[in-house]
Ligand binder design. Structure first.
Ligand SMILES: Cc1cc2nc3c(=O)[nH]c(=O)nc-3n(C[C@H](O)[C@H](O)[C@H](O)COP(=O)(O)OP(=O)(O)OC[C@H]3O[C@@H](n4cnc5c(N)ncnc54)[C@H](O)[C@@H]3O)c2cc1C
Length: 287
């Protein structure tokens, strides 16, 4: 592997300037836990690596409407943050099931998103919380729902001159509960065969006002099971309804068979785990 030029950007503007000049030839290196493997396997061959660790993109900021997570925030940084644990427990749970401590210390939220793996563990909880992402270029910034970022395995709508700078999680009401479940071949240090995040909000009558069921590793991109969500919305929770929504989510999933799991197993486990996740929230109470 011919090693590329390595530039430590001391500001975001410097990183954006390099992206403007060099486009896809220049890649941000965050933790490097995906990128270095892709370079080793010649999937990617950038001529410039931009290190943004000195560009102050790892903060957590509370605004009136959302919690902003800096793109360079590490998985360990999420686990250590009490606000995230309290307000967005499904994201904190996904981080605790992510690899082991050495990888968690390096791996970042932005890397997990931009790598665009269908099995990325941090993406379903962020989509379940209706996350927006901020993409900056030297021409300006655009904000889009994370759910609209992915177009296929390893592919997204990021432009060659853009850098992901922030993830924004809208503040949810108290009557909201969410959970994350990951299934892998082992209990730890494993890539997901199926992962999912669910979130339910209840109105004052105890009916579901918002439902999110987000599935990973069962389609070319992380996906919302929108028909299953629609079955729940406006209804009171019951065992029958949870079972029906889980069956609907299974119908919506489009998994492939690969070395981690067969299509049939992934479909079966989608139904089992969606039902389990919804039941967990219903029993905890979304209020
Ligand atoms: C042993 C091991 C275990 C793992 N376990 C898990 C696991 O349990 N769950 C899981 O989901 N993943 C896992 N992974 C995959 C990987 O660790 C994650 O996807 C991680 O979040 C990638 O983050 P990173 O900071 O290392 O990204 P990098 O490898 O640095 O970058 C990944 C991609 O994102 C781009 N990028 C990074 N930051 C930005 C930015 N700000 N703007 C634009 N582009 C950017 C890079 O250019 C590159 O294309 C594992 C990997 C290894 C090696």
């Amino acid at each position: 592997m011919k090693f590329p030029e390595f530039i430590t950007a001391t500001s975001l503007d410097q990183g954006l300037e390099i992206k403007r000049e060099r486009g896809t030839e220049a890649r941000v290196i965050a933790g490097g836990t995906d990128l270095i493997l892709k370079m080793r396997d010649k999937v990617l061959s950038p001529s410039v690596l931009i290190d943004l660790r000195r560009a102050s993109l790892d903060g957590v900021t509370l605004s009136g409407e959302y919690l902003g997570l800096g793109a360079s925030l590490s998985v360990s940084g999420v686990i250590e943050n009490a606000d995230i644990a309290q307000m967005f427990p499904a994201l904190a749970a996904a981080c605790k099931e992510f690899a082991g401590p050495p990888i968690r210390n390096r791996a970042t939220l932005a890397g997990n998103i931009v790598n665009a793996s269908p099995a990325a563990d941090l993406v379903p909880p962020m989509i379940a919380y209706d996350a927006d992402i901020v993409l900056r270029s030297s021409a300006g910034e655009r904000i889009l729902p994370l759910a609209e970022f992915f177009v296929g395995p390893g592919q997204s709508v990021i432009e060659p001159d853009e850098i992901l700078t922030e993830i924004r999680l809208p503040l949810t009401s108290a009557a909201t509960a969410a959970t994350f479940i990951k299934l892998g071949q082992r209990r730890s240090m494993t890539i997901s065969q199926v992962n999912l995040a669910t979130r339910l909000s209840l109105d004052e009558q105890g009916k579901v006002s918002t439902a999110r069921i987000v599935l990973g590793a069962v389609a070319p991109v992380p996906m919302r099971a929108v028909a299953a969500e629609a079955m729940l919305t406006g209804e009171e929770l019951s065992e029958e309804l949870l079972g029906a929504a889980a069956r609907k989510a299974r119908e919506e999933a489009m998994p492939i068979s690969d070395f981690r799991a067969s299509r049939a197993y992934r479909l079966q486990m989608t139904e089992v785990l969606v039902r389990r996740a919804l039941a967990r929230i219903a029993h905890q109470g979304a209020g």
